[in-house]
Design a protein around this ligand. Structure first.
Ligand code: ZN
Ligand code: ZN
Ligand code: ZN
Length: 489
């Protein structure tokens, strides 16, 4: 680890600092997981070795619980699964994800000792568990997990003291990293990455962390590259600067971010953006038309109304009533758009969900308009290299392409590509998808400028073949990747 060093960060405890200069998109470090598990709810839909979503998975013949893409993935995952497999068989059923992760970590510790890779900078013993900070109710659930863990842990495995066991479960509770599918669109599991736990939070961070699944397509397990996280620089970082990532979405108001950070990660954020409430005024502001602003009362009324409708819209979406989603949000936006700023966060949430649902219903023109409003709002709020902004621009680019608005579509795709080159890197599967899309839209744009008739008939044909099947059914997006660290439910 020549790029970073552990240091005492003023007011924050330990942290990591850069030991040399970095530029946007540099990988500061990469780190394999100590262990990771698939969520209970997705256990038969996600491969337990490579964490890809697959239509058809094969069951482990022994425990009937673990699922894999194929023999290659099963073989690659065997070292992690071997003891778990027999424990599940003996126990009669698989315990919940927290317990499975705790057990995988302890087996790993027993096998490899507390330094598991040559890049690891801290031992698991050294990580914070925040058990003393946990509220009474959470502690109760926590103890139930420990109790069930002790039932599950085989007698033939090494027995750990109750303090050590509590510590590992405490570490998972505050540091369990959300593992996404290969496209980074859905949260599918949770894992532990010790070095990452050392990176402190800032609401306006200088780094981002991305999961890279590596290459598991090689037939021989030997050539598989490991699942790893990458800490990537979002801009210029000087040697000696503290490295930070954001644990929460910046689209929350300062007060909401502070509350989340306090209850989930047990600290008070003192970053510049919190101290000065930066951009809070935009997030709840009124729309200025020709120098005239709505009154505070009008803004408050529209805000409350939008909040109320948002809850209704969410409910309709979860129930799969997509036409209802469209109706609720259109009615709401008709009233609020003349009053609320184009950066108002409730309106942004509406445009986001509405455009997603409209694209799914193939109402491409409306979907494109609303997705563009979303991206334009995001651009005024987010850091220019924020990954969520990049993903939103990508979605909007595809939607514009589907609507036949090739110029805006190509522009959005290019914007997304520039951001994802920084946040994900050129080797990430989603960046490769974007690269292909960028070439396609560029070619179409050229054709469009030469001959619009040929362009339109070609696009019709392309739409029928659906080369860009990016759109999932919206309800699958309910657990998007919003939080860096996974919270117990
Ligand atoms: Zn797999
Ligand atoms: Zn098994
Ligand atoms: Zn902050």
């Amino acid at each position: 680890m020549e790029n970073v060093a552990i240091f005492e960060s003023p007011g924050k405890g330990r942290g990591l600092k850069a030991t040399k200069e970095f530029w946007a998109g540099d990988v500061i470090f990469a780190e394999p997981s100590v262990a990771a598990v698939v969520f209970d709810s997705l256990a038969d839909r996600i491969c337990h070795s490579c964490f890809r979503r697959q239509e058809k998975l094969q069951k482990c013949g022994q425990c009937k619980f673990a699922h894999y893409c194929d023999r290659t993935c099963q073989r690659a995952g065997w070292a992690e699964h071997k003891l778990e497999c027999s424990a599940i068989k003996t126990h009669g059923k698989a315990p919940n994800e927290n317990i499975r992760l705790g057990a995988r970590i302890l087996w790993r510790l027993d096998k490899d000792g507390s330094m598991m890779s040559d890049t690891q900078m801290v031992t698991l013993e050294e990580l914070e568990d925040h058990i003393a900070d946990m509220p009474e109710d959470d502690l109760k659930d926590f103890k139930v997990d420990i109790h069930n863990f002790l039932d599950y842990w085989p007698r033939s495995s090494k027995q750990h003291t109750i303090d050590d066991t509590f510590h590992i479960f405490g570490v998972i509770n505050c540091n369990g990293f959300t593992v996404s599918d290969q496209r980074g669109l859905q949260a599918v599991g949770v894992g532990l990455f010790p070095n990452l736990c050392m990176v402190n939070h800032n609401c306006w961070p200088n780094c981002t962390v991305i999961l890279n699944h590596g290459n598991q397509s090689a037939v021989n397990t030997m050539f598989h590259s490991q699942r790893r996280i990458e800490l990537r620089s979002l801009g210029k970082i000087e040697g000696g600067d503290e490295l930070t990532v954001s644990y929460v979405d910046f689209l929350n108001l300062t007060e909401e971010r502070q509350k989340l950070l306090k209850t989930q990660y047990f600290f008070d954020c003192t970053c510049e953006h919190c101290k000065d409430h930066i951009k809070d005024d935009l997030k709840l502001g009124g729309l200025e038309v020709d120098g005239v602003k709505p009154t505070e009362e009008q803004v408050k009324e529209a805000t409350d109304y939008c909040f109320e409708m948002m809850a209704k819209m969410e409910k309709a979406r979860l129930n799969g009533n997509y036409h209802e989603v469209v109706k609720i949000s259109k009615d709401c936006l008709e009233k609020t758009e003349p009053v609320l700023a184009d950066t108002h966060i409730y309106q942004l949430r509406m445009w986001s969900t509405l455009s997603e649902v409209q694209a799914y219903l193939q109402l491409f023109d409306d979907a494109a308009d609303n997705s563009r409003k979303m991206v334009e709002g995001y651009m005024k709020l987010y850091h220019p290299n924020n990954a969520a902004l990049g993903m939103a621009a990508m979605r909007s680019g595809v939607t514009h392409w589907q609507a036949g608005e090739i110029e805006v579509g190509h522009g959005m795709v290019c914007r997304a590509y520039a951001i994802l080159m920084v946040t994900h890197g050129s080797m990430h599967p989603i960046t490769k998808d974007l690269e292909a899309m960028r070439m396609q839209t560029e070619m179409e744009l050229r054709m469009f400028k030469q001959n619009q008739y040929v362009y339109h008939s070609m696009r019709e044909a392309a739409l029928k073949n659906k080369p860009m099947t990016m759109m999932q059914e919206p309800k699958n997006m309910e657990e998007g990747v919003k939080n860096l660290f996974h919270r117990r439910k």
